[in-house]
Design a protein around this ligand. Structure first.
Ligand code: AMP
Length: 194
């Protein structure tokens, strides 16, 4: 298997690059943000619970998020591997993911972390807000809160993988294809596929 965490702040390009990576490497894309949005749209119990958090740009509680993630992994028993996009966002989520993957005889092989300056993120998200129906992209205060939540609660997850020797920063500024090529250069160097 090949399991990748595609990491970075909101607006770093994780969704865009995940779509290209799954196509090239034949992996399954798991985005907790996409799962929450689908549930909000479908007005499910999970959607009702998640909405107050996602609308404000705050994190959905770990217990809920971890359970959802694990059940999505379990829905893909024949996957060659996964790209985790937007998960883990806290250290407890990273620990839970490690423990869970271990029970399945696998692990996270690498974190690819897109590096984008904050003002560029705000610009990108406001533009996305004009083009999509995501409420959390339409308000600059919510955007700035999401970036602040990332800095306070999520950025530390990079240290977790760095301590395991699995952290690769990748410049996330520039042409989409150029950024993709940088990601592929890292992907192609990943040694273990256990
Ligand atoms: P995203 O599409 O990854 O930007 O996620 C959109 C929103 O979904 C976030 O602002 C959070 O409210 C929620 N969310 C997504 N992934 C997670 C996660 N791993 N932990 C907690 N909340 C999450």
């Amino acid at each position: 298997m090949l399991n990748i965490v595609l990491f970075g702040p909101p607006g770093a390009g994780k969704g865009t690059q995940s779509a290209k990576l799954i196509e090239k490497y034949g992996l399954v894309h798991l985005s907790t943000g996409d799962i929450f949005r689908a549930n909000i749209k479908g007005n499910t119990e999970l959607g009702k619970l998640a909405k107050s958090y996602t609308d404000a740009g705050n994190l959905v509680p770990d217990e809920v998020t971890i359970q959802i993630l694990e059940s999505e992994v379990n829905k893909n028993p024949n996957a060659k591997g996964f790209i985790f996009d937007g998960f883990p966002r806290t250290t407890p989520q990273a620990e839970a993911l490690d423990a869970f993957l271990k029970t399945r005889g696998t692990t996270i092989h690498q974190m690819l972390a897109l590096q984008v300056p904050e003002e560029e993120l705000v610009k990108r998200l406001l533009l996305r807000g004009e083009q999509s129906d995501r409420p959390d992209d339409k308000d600059e205060n919510i955007i700035r809160n999401r970036i602040s939540v990332y800095n306070k609660q999520t950025a530390v997850v990079a240290d977790y993988y760095s301590q395991q020797g699995k952290y690769s920063p990748v410049d996330g500024v520039g042409d989409i294809q150029v950024i993709f090529d940088r990601l592929c250069a890292v992907m192609d160097q990943i040694p273990s596929k256990a």
